[in-house]
Write a protein that binds this ligand. Structure first.
Ligand SMILES: [Zn+2]
Length: 131
């Protein structure tokens, strides 16, 4: 799948964000090794600690549908690049340390690309202690 197609799906997912408190809508699209795409949007809660990010929404959907091998993740927010938060980096690292993370704005312009391993150096990994 080409990058722009994945980014477009993240742009569409962003429109489904539930963010009445922050008004900060984020969309994500996760491409699996089997060629599927799982999208996610951030879902806020009045109890702010219960808010779930778009990236984790996408990965939890994928894993719960039997997918565990991921190749690329597009993340879209308003303007400029939007990097995944630490919690999302850790959850994604569990399955895909070499994941390509594509960060784009709401118009679909890509601003930054990084491997997840670069975004989360010295991660706490399933092999614990491996750096
Ligand atoms: Zn997050």
């Amino acid at each position: 799948m080409d990058e722009q197609t994945l980014v477009r799906q993240a742009v569409q997912a962003r429109q489904r964000a539930y963010c009445p408190y922050s008004r900060f809508a984020v969309g994500a699209a996760l491409h699996t090794a089997t060629g599927k795409v799982f999208t996610g949007a951030n879902v806020e809660n009045v109890s702010s600690g219960l808010t779930v990010c778009a990236e984790r929404t996408a990965v939890l959907k994928a894993v719960s549908e039997g997918e565990r091998d991921f190749e690329a993740l597009a993340i879209v927010c308003g303007e400029g690049a939007c990097a995944p938060c630490g919690a999302c980096r850790q959850v994604l690292f569990e399955f895909a340390p070499e994941l390509e993370v594509i960060m784009a704005d709401a118009q679909g312009t890509v601003h930054l690309r990084r491997r997840l391993r670069e975004l989360l150096p010295h991660a706490f990994s399933p092999g614990r202690g491996q750096v």
